[in-house]
Design a protein around this ligand. Structure first.
Ligand code: ZN
Length: 99
């Protein structure tokens, strides 16, 4: 019906959850709304927050060092609350997989 293409797509807003973002978009031609996520999680794959927290933990570092690295790479910091909940989840996974 409409001759939609990418040039009509506008980002309405960005919902941030740690390092994960969800971009809400709208087609300015037909009004269709949709979302694009910056990171996908699945049963077998960690999301970006879990990956980065597991990575910083494996180096022996923690919350302050993670946010220092994020600051130097111009990425908004992760909240302490999100870091702690993600840290707890990663610890549980490591306990389960420990020999
Ligand atoms: Zn459209």
């Amino acid at each position: 019906m409409f001759d939609c293409n990418l040039s009509y797509i506008k980002i309405v807003n960005e919902e941030k959850a740690g390092l994960n973002s969800t971009f809400n978009m709208i087609c300015q031609m037909c009004g269709a709304k949709f979302q694009v996520k910056s990171s996908k999680a699945s049963e077998s794959k960690m999301d970006i927050n879990e990956e980065v927290v597991a990575g910083i933990m494996s180096t022996g570092a923690g919350y302050t060092q993670l946010n220092t690295v994020l600051c130097h790479t111009n990425i908004p910091p992760m909240s302490l609350r999100r870091y702690q909940s993600t840290h707890d989840k990663v610890c549980q996974w490591w306990e389960k997989t420990a020999p």
